[in-house]
Write a protein that binds this ligand. Sequence first.
Ligand code: AMP
Length: 395
Amino acid sequence: MKILVANLGSTSFKYRLFDMETEEQLARGGIDRIGEDADSNCDVEIGTHSSEQQQRISDHAAAVQMCLDQLTDPEFGCLESVDEVTAIGFKAVFAGKLSGIRLVNDKLLEAMENLADVAPAHNPPYVRAMRQLQASFPNIPLVAALETAFHETIPAKYRTYAIPSEWTEKYEVRRWGFHGASHRYIGTRMAQLLDNDDAKIISCHLGGSSSVCAMRGGESQSTSMGMTPQSGLPQNNRVGDFDPFALRLVKRLTGKDYDELLDELSSQGGLLGISGVSNDCRDIEEAAANGNGKAQLAIDVYAADIKRYAGQYLAVLNGADAIVFTGGIGENSDVIRTKVCEEMTYAGIVLHAEKNQQRGGERLISADESKVQIWTVPTNEELVVARQTAELVEC
Ligand code: AMP
Protein backbone atom coordinates (compact mmCIF):
# COMPACT_ATOMS: atom_id res chain seq x y z
CA MET A 1 0.00 0.00 0.00
CA LYS A 2 1.35 3.46 -0.96
CA ILE A 3 0.30 6.47 1.12
CA LEU A 4 0.99 10.09 0.17
CA VAL A 5 1.30 12.46 3.14
CA ALA A 6 0.64 16.14 2.57
CA ASN A 7 1.93 18.97 4.74
CA LEU A 8 0.32 22.26 3.77
CA GLY A 9 1.06 25.89 4.37
CA SER A 10 -0.98 28.75 2.97
CA THR A 11 1.33 28.94 -0.08
CA SER A 12 3.30 25.71 0.21
CA PHE A 13 2.84 21.98 -0.27
CA LYS A 14 5.32 19.38 0.99
CA TYR A 15 4.80 15.70 0.48
CA ARG A 16 6.26 12.30 1.20
CA LEU A 17 5.28 8.98 -0.35
CA PHE A 18 5.60 5.84 1.78
CA ASP A 19 5.44 2.16 0.94
CA MET A 20 3.58 0.88 3.99
CA GLU A 21 4.70 -2.75 3.65
CA THR A 22 8.25 -1.65 4.56
CA GLU A 23 7.55 1.91 5.82
CA GLU A 24 10.20 3.00 3.32
CA GLN A 25 10.01 6.60 2.14
CA LEU A 26 9.85 6.36 -1.66
CA ALA A 27 9.79 10.05 -2.48
CA ARG A 28 9.67 13.52 -1.02
CA GLY A 29 9.09 16.91 -2.55
CA GLY A 30 8.11 20.48 -1.91
CA ILE A 31 6.48 23.30 -3.79
CA ASP A 32 6.35 26.89 -2.49
CA ARG A 33 4.84 30.22 -3.58
CA ILE A 34 1.62 28.53 -4.64
CA GLY A 35 -0.90 31.00 -6.09
CA GLU A 36 1.57 33.87 -5.90
CA ASP A 37 2.56 36.15 -8.71
CA ALA A 38 5.91 34.39 -9.05
CA ASP A 39 7.36 31.05 -10.05
CA SER A 40 7.27 28.26 -7.45
CA ASN A 41 10.36 26.28 -6.51
CA CYS A 42 9.48 22.66 -7.07
CA ASP A 43 11.93 20.16 -5.51
CA VAL A 44 11.69 16.42 -5.71
CA GLU A 45 13.73 13.46 -4.48
CA ILE A 46 12.75 10.00 -5.70
CA GLY A 47 15.23 7.29 -4.79
CA THR A 48 18.60 8.58 -6.02
CA HIS A 49 17.03 11.11 -8.38
CA SER A 50 16.71 14.70 -7.25
CA SER A 51 15.75 17.77 -9.22
CA GLU A 52 14.60 21.34 -8.86
CA GLN A 53 12.58 23.43 -11.24
CA GLN A 54 10.77 26.77 -11.32
CA GLN A 55 7.20 26.85 -12.54
CA ARG A 56 4.02 28.87 -11.92
CA ILE A 57 1.65 26.81 -9.71
CA SER A 58 -1.83 28.30 -9.40
CA ASP A 59 -3.31 26.42 -6.43
CA HIS A 60 -2.91 23.35 -4.18
CA ALA A 61 -4.72 21.06 -6.64
CA ALA A 62 -2.16 22.06 -9.30
CA ALA A 63 0.61 21.38 -6.76
CA VAL A 64 -0.74 17.87 -6.09
CA GLN A 65 -1.09 17.28 -9.84
CA MET A 66 2.56 18.24 -10.25
CA CYS A 67 3.55 15.91 -7.43
CA LEU A 68 1.60 13.02 -9.03
CA ASP A 69 3.23 13.81 -12.41
CA GLN A 70 6.64 13.62 -10.73
CA LEU A 71 5.81 10.35 -8.98
CA THR A 72 4.68 8.76 -12.27
CA ASP A 73 7.41 10.26 -14.46
CA PRO A 74 8.48 7.49 -16.91
CA GLU A 75 12.17 8.36 -16.39
CA PHE A 76 12.60 8.73 -12.64
CA GLY A 77 9.14 8.15 -11.11
CA CYS A 78 8.44 5.42 -8.58
CA LEU A 79 4.81 4.72 -9.54
CA GLU A 80 3.42 3.24 -12.76
CA SER A 81 0.10 4.97 -12.21
CA VAL A 82 -1.63 7.35 -9.82
CA ASP A 83 -4.01 4.49 -8.94
CA GLU A 84 -1.21 3.04 -6.82
CA VAL A 85 -1.74 5.86 -4.27
CA THR A 86 -4.22 4.30 -1.84
CA ALA A 87 -4.93 7.51 0.07
CA ILE A 88 -3.62 10.98 0.89
CA GLY A 89 -3.10 11.67 4.61
CA PHE A 90 -3.03 15.20 6.07
CA LYS A 91 -1.45 16.36 9.32
CA ALA A 92 -4.55 18.46 9.95
CA VAL A 93 -4.63 20.76 12.94
CA PHE A 94 -7.95 21.51 14.58
CA ALA A 95 -11.57 20.42 14.23
CA GLY A 96 -12.63 20.64 17.92
CA LYS A 97 -14.43 17.49 19.06
CA LEU A 98 -14.09 15.96 15.58
CA SER A 99 -10.65 14.80 16.63
CA GLY A 100 -8.93 11.48 15.83
CA ILE A 101 -8.23 10.08 12.37
CA ARG A 102 -11.10 10.57 9.91
CA LEU A 103 -12.05 10.64 6.28
CA VAL A 104 -12.27 14.17 4.95
CA ASN A 105 -15.96 14.97 4.38
CA ASP A 106 -18.22 18.02 4.46
CA LYS A 107 -18.85 17.70 8.22
CA LEU A 108 -15.13 17.78 8.99
CA LEU A 109 -14.44 20.63 6.58
CA GLU A 110 -17.27 22.68 8.12
CA ALA A 111 -15.90 22.05 11.62
CA MET A 112 -12.44 23.18 10.51
CA GLU A 113 -13.92 26.24 8.83
CA ASN A 114 -15.84 27.13 11.98
CA LEU A 115 -12.59 27.05 13.97
CA ALA A 116 -10.55 29.06 11.46
CA ASP A 117 -10.56 32.03 13.83
CA VAL A 118 -8.71 30.09 16.54
CA ALA A 119 -6.24 28.39 14.14
CA PRO A 120 -5.87 31.16 11.55
CA ALA A 121 -2.46 30.09 10.23
CA HIS A 122 -3.42 26.42 9.91
CA ASN A 123 -7.08 25.67 9.20
CA PRO A 124 -7.83 27.93 6.18
CA PRO A 125 -5.08 26.53 3.89
CA TYR A 126 -6.03 22.95 4.78
CA VAL A 127 -9.73 23.46 4.14
CA ARG A 128 -9.05 25.21 0.84
CA ALA A 129 -6.64 22.54 -0.36
CA MET A 130 -8.79 19.62 0.80
CA ARG A 131 -11.80 21.00 -1.10
CA GLN A 132 -9.70 21.42 -4.26
CA LEU A 133 -8.33 17.89 -3.95
CA GLN A 134 -11.78 16.38 -3.33
CA ALA A 135 -12.94 17.98 -6.58
CA SER A 136 -9.83 17.14 -8.63
CA PHE A 137 -9.11 13.61 -7.34
CA PRO A 138 -12.50 12.16 -6.35
CA ASN A 139 -11.17 8.57 -6.44
CA ILE A 140 -8.38 9.06 -3.89
CA PRO A 141 -9.61 8.94 -0.26
CA LEU A 142 -8.42 11.92 1.79
CA VAL A 143 -7.71 11.26 5.47
CA ALA A 144 -7.20 13.86 8.20
CA ALA A 145 -5.03 12.93 11.17
CA LEU A 146 -5.95 15.68 13.65
CA GLU A 147 -3.07 17.01 15.77
CA THR A 148 -5.30 16.99 18.84
CA ALA A 149 -5.96 13.22 18.73
CA PHE A 150 -2.83 12.23 20.63
CA HIS A 151 -3.79 14.38 23.60
CA GLU A 152 -7.19 12.77 24.23
CA THR A 153 -5.54 10.79 27.06
CA ILE A 154 -4.76 13.94 29.10
CA PRO A 155 -6.72 13.72 32.38
CA ALA A 156 -9.41 16.31 33.01
CA LYS A 157 -7.35 17.98 35.76
CA TYR A 158 -4.67 18.90 33.23
CA ARG A 159 -6.93 19.90 30.37
CA THR A 160 -9.59 21.98 32.08
CA TYR A 161 -9.25 25.78 32.28
CA ALA A 162 -10.56 27.57 35.36
CA ILE A 163 -13.38 29.24 33.41
CA PRO A 164 -17.18 29.17 33.74
CA SER A 165 -18.09 25.51 33.16
CA GLU A 166 -20.52 26.51 30.41
CA TRP A 167 -17.54 27.65 28.31
CA THR A 168 -15.93 24.23 28.70
CA GLU A 169 -19.06 22.15 28.17
CA LYS A 170 -20.91 24.18 25.55
CA TYR A 171 -18.12 25.92 23.67
CA GLU A 172 -15.38 23.27 24.09
CA VAL A 173 -12.88 25.74 25.48
CA ARG A 174 -10.19 23.43 26.91
CA ARG A 175 -6.56 22.53 26.50
CA TRP A 176 -6.65 20.50 23.29
CA GLY A 177 -2.90 20.22 22.65
CA PHE A 178 -1.15 20.09 19.27
CA HIS A 179 1.95 18.56 17.61
CA GLY A 180 0.28 15.20 18.26
CA ALA A 181 2.01 13.36 15.40
CA SER A 182 5.45 14.52 16.51
CA HIS A 183 5.00 13.68 20.21
CA ARG A 184 3.46 10.32 19.28
CA TYR A 185 6.48 9.52 17.11
CA ILE A 186 8.88 10.46 19.92
CA GLY A 187 6.91 8.33 22.41
CA THR A 188 7.00 5.27 20.13
CA ARG A 189 10.66 5.72 19.19
CA MET A 190 11.82 6.31 22.78
CA ALA A 191 10.03 3.13 23.93
CA GLN A 192 12.25 1.31 21.39
CA LEU A 193 15.44 3.20 22.28
CA LEU A 194 14.95 2.69 26.03
CA ASP A 195 13.44 -0.78 25.61
CA ASN A 196 10.70 0.34 27.98
CA ASP A 197 7.01 0.44 26.98
CA ASP A 198 6.09 2.32 30.16
CA ALA A 199 8.77 5.03 29.86
CA LYS A 200 8.19 8.52 31.27
CA ILE A 201 9.25 10.96 28.59
CA ILE A 202 9.38 14.76 28.38
CA SER A 203 9.23 15.52 24.66
CA CYS A 204 10.34 19.02 23.58
CA HIS A 205 9.25 19.75 20.00
CA LEU A 206 11.06 23.02 19.29
CA GLY A 207 10.78 24.50 15.82
CA GLY A 208 8.80 27.07 13.86
CA SER A 209 6.18 26.24 16.45
CA SER A 210 7.03 24.62 19.76
CA SER A 211 5.47 22.54 22.49
CA VAL A 212 6.48 20.31 25.39
CA CYS A 213 4.60 17.12 26.24
CA ALA A 214 4.66 14.79 29.25
CA MET A 215 4.12 11.17 28.21
CA ARG A 216 3.90 7.87 30.04
CA GLY A 217 3.67 4.55 28.21
CA GLY A 218 3.42 6.45 24.91
CA GLU A 219 0.33 8.38 26.07
CA SER A 220 0.06 12.13 26.51
CA GLN A 221 -0.43 13.21 30.15
CA SER A 222 -0.10 16.99 29.74
CA THR A 223 1.11 19.42 27.10
CA SER A 224 2.02 23.07 26.84
CA MET A 225 -0.27 24.12 23.99
CA GLY A 226 -3.82 24.76 25.11
CA MET A 227 -6.99 25.73 23.24
CA THR A 228 -5.02 27.00 20.24
CA PRO A 229 -1.55 26.73 18.70
CA GLN A 230 -0.96 30.33 19.84
CA SER A 231 -0.50 29.21 23.47
CA GLY A 232 2.15 27.53 25.63
CA LEU A 233 5.79 28.32 24.83
CA PRO A 234 6.64 31.50 22.91
CA GLN A 235 6.40 30.49 19.23
CA ASN A 236 8.49 31.86 16.36
CA ASN A 237 6.11 34.80 15.81
CA ARG A 238 3.12 33.83 17.98
CA VAL A 239 2.65 34.87 21.55
CA GLY A 240 2.50 31.74 23.72
CA ASP A 241 0.88 31.95 27.18
CA PHE A 242 -0.29 35.44 28.05
CA ASP A 243 -2.66 37.19 30.44
CA PRO A 244 -5.79 38.07 28.41
CA PHE A 245 -6.59 41.03 30.68
CA ALA A 246 -3.52 42.90 29.43
CA LEU A 247 -5.44 43.30 26.17
CA ARG A 248 -7.87 45.74 27.78
CA LEU A 249 -5.01 48.04 28.65
CA VAL A 250 -3.33 47.84 25.24
CA LYS A 251 -6.71 48.33 23.52
CA ARG A 252 -7.35 51.48 25.49
CA LEU A 253 -3.83 52.85 24.96
CA THR A 254 -3.54 52.07 21.22
CA GLY A 255 -7.17 52.45 20.11
CA LYS A 256 -6.87 49.12 18.27
CA ASP A 257 -9.72 46.60 18.47
CA TYR A 258 -9.43 43.07 19.90
CA ASP A 259 -9.13 41.43 16.46
CA GLU A 260 -6.24 43.70 15.49
CA LEU A 261 -4.49 43.00 18.79
CA LEU A 262 -4.98 39.24 18.48
CA ASP A 263 -3.65 39.35 14.90
CA GLU A 264 -0.60 41.21 16.21
CA LEU A 265 -0.09 38.65 18.96
CA SER A 266 -0.26 35.81 16.44
CA SER A 267 2.09 37.36 13.87
CA GLN A 268 4.33 39.86 15.69
CA GLY A 269 4.77 38.08 19.02
CA GLY A 270 6.94 35.18 20.18
CA LEU A 271 10.69 35.17 19.46
CA LEU A 272 10.19 37.82 16.78
CA GLY A 273 8.30 40.09 19.18
CA ILE A 274 10.87 39.92 21.98
CA SER A 275 14.00 40.06 19.79
CA GLY A 276 12.78 42.50 17.13
CA VAL A 277 15.33 40.67 14.94
CA SER A 278 13.72 37.69 13.27
CA ASN A 279 11.41 34.74 13.82
CA ASP A 280 14.29 32.35 13.05
CA CYS A 281 16.29 31.06 16.01
CA ARG A 282 19.50 31.00 13.92
CA ASP A 283 19.31 34.77 13.26
CA ILE A 284 18.48 35.43 16.91
CA GLU A 285 21.40 33.34 18.17
CA GLU A 286 23.73 35.17 15.78
CA ALA A 287 22.44 38.59 16.87
CA ALA A 288 22.78 37.62 20.55
CA ALA A 289 26.35 36.43 19.95
CA ASN A 290 27.04 39.88 18.44
CA GLY A 291 25.81 41.61 21.56
CA ASN A 292 22.14 42.32 20.77
CA GLY A 293 20.45 42.42 24.20
CA LYS A 294 16.90 41.88 22.97
CA ALA A 295 17.98 38.84 20.97
CA GLN A 296 19.65 37.46 24.10
CA LEU A 297 16.46 38.12 26.08
CA ALA A 298 14.39 36.21 23.49
CA ILE A 299 16.69 33.19 23.86
CA ASP A 300 16.61 33.43 27.65
CA VAL A 301 12.80 33.70 27.81
CA TYR A 302 12.27 30.82 25.37
CA ALA A 303 14.74 28.48 27.11
CA ALA A 304 13.42 29.45 30.56
CA ASP A 305 9.88 28.62 29.50
CA ILE A 306 10.90 25.21 28.14
CA LYS A 307 12.71 24.58 31.43
CA ARG A 308 9.64 25.66 33.42
CA TYR A 309 7.47 23.16 31.52
CA ALA A 310 10.11 20.45 31.93
CA GLY A 311 10.05 21.13 35.69
CA GLN A 312 6.23 20.93 35.74
CA TYR A 313 6.33 17.65 33.86
CA LEU A 314 8.88 16.12 36.21
CA ALA A 315 6.22 16.79 38.84
CA VAL A 316 3.34 15.51 36.68
CA LEU A 317 5.18 12.26 35.84
CA ASN A 318 6.90 11.82 39.22
CA GLY A 319 10.30 11.97 37.48
CA ALA A 320 11.30 11.10 33.94
CA ASP A 321 13.32 8.45 32.13
CA ALA A 322 14.28 10.78 29.30
CA ILE A 323 14.07 14.34 28.00
CA VAL A 324 13.99 14.47 24.20
CA PHE A 325 14.72 17.43 21.93
CA THR A 326 13.26 17.42 18.42
CA GLY A 327 12.24 19.89 15.68
CA GLY A 328 14.55 22.33 13.86
CA ILE A 329 15.61 24.12 17.07
CA GLY A 330 15.52 21.08 19.35
CA GLU A 331 17.72 19.01 17.04
CA ASN A 332 20.16 21.78 16.09
CA SER A 333 20.50 24.36 18.83
CA ASP A 334 23.07 23.34 21.47
CA VAL A 335 22.59 26.84 22.94
CA ILE A 336 18.92 26.25 23.77
CA ARG A 337 19.53 22.69 25.01
CA THR A 338 22.30 23.91 27.32
CA LYS A 339 20.12 26.63 28.81
CA VAL A 340 17.18 24.26 29.32
CA CYS A 341 19.27 21.61 31.08
CA GLU A 342 21.52 23.83 33.20
CA GLU A 343 20.98 23.71 36.96
CA MET A 344 18.76 20.64 36.79
CA THR A 345 21.12 18.46 38.83
CA TYR A 346 18.49 18.35 41.61
CA ALA A 347 16.51 16.09 39.23
CA GLY A 348 19.56 14.11 38.05
CA ILE A 349 19.64 15.88 34.67
CA VAL A 350 23.18 16.48 33.37
CA LEU A 351 24.12 17.23 29.75
CA HIS A 352 27.36 15.93 28.24
CA ALA A 353 29.01 19.15 27.02
CA GLU A 354 30.77 17.63 23.98
CA LYS A 355 28.01 15.27 22.89
CA ASN A 356 25.62 18.24 23.06
CA GLN A 357 27.73 20.06 20.44
CA GLN A 358 27.19 17.34 17.83
CA ARG A 359 24.38 17.73 15.39
CA GLY A 360 21.99 15.52 13.47
CA GLY A 361 20.56 12.07 13.95
CA GLU A 362 19.46 10.20 17.05
CA ARG A 363 21.94 10.92 19.84
CA LEU A 364 22.20 10.32 23.55
CA ILE A 365 23.64 13.61 24.80
CA SER A 366 23.48 13.22 28.58
CA ALA A 367 26.53 12.72 30.80
CA ASP A 368 27.17 9.20 32.10
CA GLU A 369 26.15 10.23 35.62
CA SER A 370 22.81 11.74 34.45
CA LYS A 371 19.89 9.80 35.96
CA VAL A 372 17.59 11.09 33.24
CA GLN A 373 18.74 10.37 29.69
CA ILE A 374 18.81 13.34 27.33
CA TRP A 375 18.34 12.66 23.62
CA THR A 376 18.05 14.44 20.30
CA VAL A 377 15.69 12.51 18.02
CA PRO A 378 14.63 13.77 14.58
CA THR A 379 10.85 13.54 14.52
CA ASN A 380 8.94 11.86 11.69
CA GLU A 381 5.42 13.24 11.77
CA GLU A 382 4.74 12.16 8.20
CA LEU A 383 5.39 8.50 9.00
CA VAL A 384 2.93 8.70 11.90
CA VAL A 385 0.28 10.21 9.59
CA ALA A 386 1.01 7.56 6.94
CA ARG A 387 0.56 4.78 9.53
CA GLN A 388 -2.70 6.26 10.78
CA THR A 389 -4.00 6.82 7.23
CA ALA A 390 -3.17 3.22 6.26
CA GLU A 391 -4.95 1.92 9.38
CA LEU A 392 -8.09 3.90 8.58
CA VAL A 393 -8.33 2.90 4.92
CA GLU A 394 -7.57 -0.76 5.75
CA CYS A 395 -10.61 -1.08 8.04
P1 AMP B 1 10.94 23.24 12.05
O1 AMP B 1 9.68 24.03 12.12
O2 AMP B 1 10.96 22.06 12.98
O3 AMP B 1 11.35 22.89 10.65
O4 AMP B 1 12.09 24.21 12.60
C1 AMP B 1 12.44 25.37 11.89
C2 AMP B 1 13.26 26.26 12.79
O5 AMP B 1 14.42 25.58 13.27
C3 AMP B 1 13.83 27.46 12.05
O6 AMP B 1 12.91 28.51 12.04
C4 AMP B 1 15.03 27.81 12.90
O7 AMP B 1 14.61 28.74 13.86
C5 AMP B 1 15.39 26.54 13.63
N1 AMP B 1 16.73 26.06 13.30
C6 AMP B 1 17.14 25.34 12.23
N2 AMP B 1 18.46 25.10 12.28
C7 AMP B 1 18.93 25.70 13.41
C8 AMP B 1 20.22 25.84 14.03
N3 AMP B 1 21.30 25.31 13.49
N4 AMP B 1 20.28 26.53 15.18
C9 AMP B 1 19.18 27.07 15.74
N5 AMP B 1 17.97 26.98 15.20
C10 AMP B 1 17.81 26.31 14.06
